[in-house]
Write a protein that binds this ligand. Structure first.
Ligand SMILES: [Mn+2]
Length: 423
């Protein structure tokens, strides 16, 4: 069996706003967190003596990371080169220049001819010899319209038309690769893409512009023993019947709060022609913690906020406190005390949200998609207003009268003057 470590979406150098400067190193603590996670992945590859490492793309937030971040990435991957572990670095959307030209941040590894390193920046089948036998890896980097066509072919076409052309073009190009595969050795497709059944993580906010969605049917091929994906930050297997497994390992660290509840890690797998075993491995990462509390109906909003903070494990976590409050309650808030309560967090933000007194409760019966006649709407309103219960028969009668064009409604209206409470 050939043993492989599959990781993806490193995004080294992102999320600095959630960190702080480490005075000892001069580095942002979130960069240190990301480097730590990456080094745990590389440690595992070395300890397991894997035969191959597959990186699914998105090394950095963009194609031109500052040199010290490039260096941090390189010094981790160098450990694989030193141990003579073949490594494939796939190009993700964040690694490409947004204009499609100018190469990718990872191409330097090919230029330098790092032994055993392959950069996947085009659709190509790579035959790799490992200490436990040969394997073929088809690399499929992030596709843009310029990857598969000349500009003229797509000029004037809508996004949907371009998308359809691209899928057609990709289908035949992939078919071409599949036909020339060696039938006797295991095959892996390594691709950076958005599959049409993927459960989105943060990537939907990070991507610049709209990308192409690839139909799952294109990936479920009996010729593949394992499909190693990158792009979506939430770990998942898109093909639970595992024929083949279609795996997003997800990002190795939390890029933002949308990944608060996700476990982060990498996949270890063993593969042979027609046989595959894989397992997701969790990397311990810094926790993110959202504290959201509505204190607008609290007599002591300060106490309610402090209590909400107390309930959470905020030690060394990246914390965001969001509290909803009425403007006249603001003077009851002692921000100094809240800062103190959050002191043990790694970093935190505080966001008060003003609740307008005029904002009304929303009735689900009156929501979008429900159509009610005026009487139905009035009934729904009255059902939810306890204070008006005594008036219900009169008001309904008056409403019926109004709708029927009657003018004799004076009597019932006079009552309202005295009783209608306005909130
Ligand atoms: Mn991506």
């Amino acid at each position: 069996m050939i043993k492989i470590l599959h990781l993806s979406d490193i995004h080294l150098g992102s999320g600095f706003t959630h960190g702080r400067l480490n005075p000892k190193t001069g580095l942002n603590t979130r960069l240190e967190d990301f480097i730590n996670s990456l080094s745990l992945c590389i440690d595992r590859a070395l300890n397991e003596k894997v035969d191959l490492v597959l990186f699914g793309g998105d090394a950095f937030p963009d194609a031109t990371p500052p040199p010290y971040i490039q260096e941090a990435f390189a010094s981790q991957f160098r450990r694989l080169a030193d141990a003579k572990i073949p490594t494939v670095l796939l190009v993700g959307n964040h690694d490409q220049h947004s204009q499609g030209n100018g190469g990718a941040s990872l191409c330097i590894y090919r230029t330098l001819a790092v032994p055993g390193f392959i950069v996947g920046d085009s659709l190509k089948t790579q035959k790799i010899t490992t200490q436990n036998g040969d394997i073929q890896v088809i690399t499929l980097p992030w596709l843009t319209r310029s990857t598969l066509f000349t500009r003229r072919k797509t000029d004037g076409l809508s996004f949907e038309e371009v998308s359809k052309l691209l899928i057609e073009s990709l289908t035949s190009a992939l078919e071409g690769e599949i036909r020339q595969l060696d039938q006797n050795i295991p095959t892996i497709l390594l691709a950076h893409l958005m599959a049409d059944r993927a459960n989105l993580g943060a990537e939907r906010f990070l991507a610049v512009g709209k990308g192409f969605t690839i139909p799952l049917a294109l990936l479920i091929r009996q010729e593949f023993d394992y499909v190693a994906l990158g792009h979506v930050h939430k770990h998942q297997n898109l093909n639970p019947s595992n024929d083949p497994p279609i795996i997003y390992p997800g990002s190795i660290e939390r890029v933002d709060f949308s990944e608060e509840k996700e476990e982060k890690g990498y996949v270890l797998l063993e593969v042979d022609k027609g046989v595959v075993n894989w397992k997701f491995n969790v990397v311990p990462t810094r926790s993110f913690c959202t504290i959201k509390v509505n204190v607008s109906d609290q007599e002591d909003p300060q106490a309610a906020i402090l209590k909400a903070i107390e309930k959470k494990q905020i030690q060394e976590a990246v914390v965001r406190l969001i509290y909803q409050i009425r403007s006249e309650q603001l003077e009851l808030i002692d921000t100094r005390e809240i800062h103190q309560a959050l002191e043990t967090a790694h970093s935190y933000t505080i966001r008060p949200e003003l609740v307008s007194q005029l904002s009304r409760r929303r009735l689900p019966e009156l929501g979008v998609g429900n159509s009610l006649d005026p009487i139905g709407a009035l009934k729904a309103y009255l059902d939810n207003e306890d204070k008006l219960q005594d008036l219900v028969p009169d008001m309904l009668e008056a409403a019926h009268g109004l709708l029927n064009g009657e003018t004799k409604i004076q009597e019932s209206l006079t009552i309202k003057q005295t009783v209608l409470p306005l909130e």
